[in-house]
Ligand binder design. Sequence first.
Ligand SMILES: NC(=O)C1=CN([C@@H]2O[C@H](COP(=O)(O)OP(=O)(O)OC[C@H]3O[C@@H](n4cnc5c(N)ncnc54)[C@H](O)[C@@H]3O)[C@@H](O)[C@H]2O)C=CC1
Ligand SMILES: NCC(=O)COP(=O)(O)O
Length: 321
Amino acid sequence: MAGRVLLTCGEPAGIGPEIATRALGCGVDYVWIGDARHLPDDVPHTRIAAVDDPVPVGHLPVLQHDFPAAVTAGQPNPENAQAVIDVIARAVNLALQDQARAMTTLPINKRVLKEGAGFPFPGHTEYLAHLAGDPPVAMMLASTSVTPPCRVVPATIHIALAEVPATLTPARLEEAIRVTHAAMIRDFGIPTPRLAIAGINPHAGEGGNMGREEIDFIAPLLERLRNEGINLTGPLPADTMFHAPARKKYDAAICAYHDQALIPIKTLDFAGGVNVTLGLPFIRTSPDHGTAFDIAGTGRADPASTIAALRMAKDMAARRR
Ligand SMILES: NC(=O)C1=CN([C@@H]2O[C@H](COP(=O)(O)OP(=O)(O)OC[C@H]3O[C@@H](n4cnc5c(N)ncnc54)[C@H](O)[C@@H]3O)[C@@H](O)[C@H]2O)C=CC1
Ligand SMILES: NCC(=O)COP(=O)(O)O
C-alpha cells in the first residue's frame, strides 16, 4: 500500500482549495485530487502521474482532474457537478486498489450535485457505501481537541426529521451499534468499547409518558446485545449525555438522528471535529464543516478540522496495518 493519503477537492467554489493548501506541513503526506487551476495563485504544487510520485519539498502533490467550467469562489457551478463526483469515485478506486492508505474528502454541496448531475445520494457517506458494494456503514463525528472525547453516530443520517421515527427501526439501530462497536476496536484501538445509546424522545420517553420507542424496542434490543457481551448503556436522555462527566462513561454515543448527534460535537469541537465513515473497506475521514460559501476565497477558512481529519486517517491506516 502506498504511503500518501488522498485528499479529494470537493466543491471547488467552497473553501476546499484554500484549506487543502493550508494543511501542508501538518505531518501527513497527502495528494490532492482536483483541478490545479482552482488552487490559490501562490501555492507551489507539482502535478504527478501516480499517487506516490515524488515532489519538491514544500510542494502540494496534485493528481490533476480537469473540470469543465470556470470557478468563482462562493458561487457553485452545476456544470462542474459531475467532475466533483468523479473525483470522489477516482479516490475510491485508488483506495480499493491499495494505491493509497486512506482518503480524506473535502466538502461537497449536495444540492448542486443533484441539480448539475442528478446525484442521487444525500452525502459522501451513502455514495462511498454504494461504491464499496453497500456494506453496512455508519457516520461518526469524532472530536480531537476536547477531553473526554465526544464521538457521536447518528443511527439515521440525512433524512427529514419527520421521517426519523419510521426509519429508526430495531434493525437500523442494531446495525449502527454493531458497525460502531467493530470500528471502535479496529480503527480507534479501543479493545472493549463502551457505547451509550440515546433515546429518541425527551427524557428517553419518561417511562412511556413522552413516547414509547424506548420501551417498545430500544431497551429490549440493548438487553439482547448486552447478552452478547457488548458494553451498552441506555436508552439515555439525550439532553444530559454530552456534558464532560457524562462523556467520561462511554467511548461513543449512538443517537437517533442527525442533529441530536451533530449539535453536541460541533458545539464542543467545531475546529477539531472529524467525520469518519465506519464500516468501509478503506479509511475515509473528512472535516466536520461544509463548503462555507460565505467565506470562500477570503483566506479566513480555518484548516484545523481538515488537518485533524488527515491525521486521523493516517493514524487509522497505521492501526489497520
Ligand atoms: N462532508 C461534506 O461534504 C459536508 C458538506 N456540507 C455541505 O456544506 C454546505 C454548507 O453547509 P452549512 O450548513 O452552511 O455549513 P458550513 O460548515 O459550510 O458553514 C457553517 C458556518 O461555519 C463557517 N465555517 C465552516 N467551515 C469553516 C472553516 N473551516 N473555517 C472558518 N469558518 C468555517 C461558515 O463560514 C459558516 O458561517 C451544505 O451544502 C452542506 O450539505 C456540510 C457538512 C459536511
Ligand atoms: N452533516 C454531516 C454531513 O453532511 C457530512 O455528510 P457526508 O458528506 O460525509 O456524508
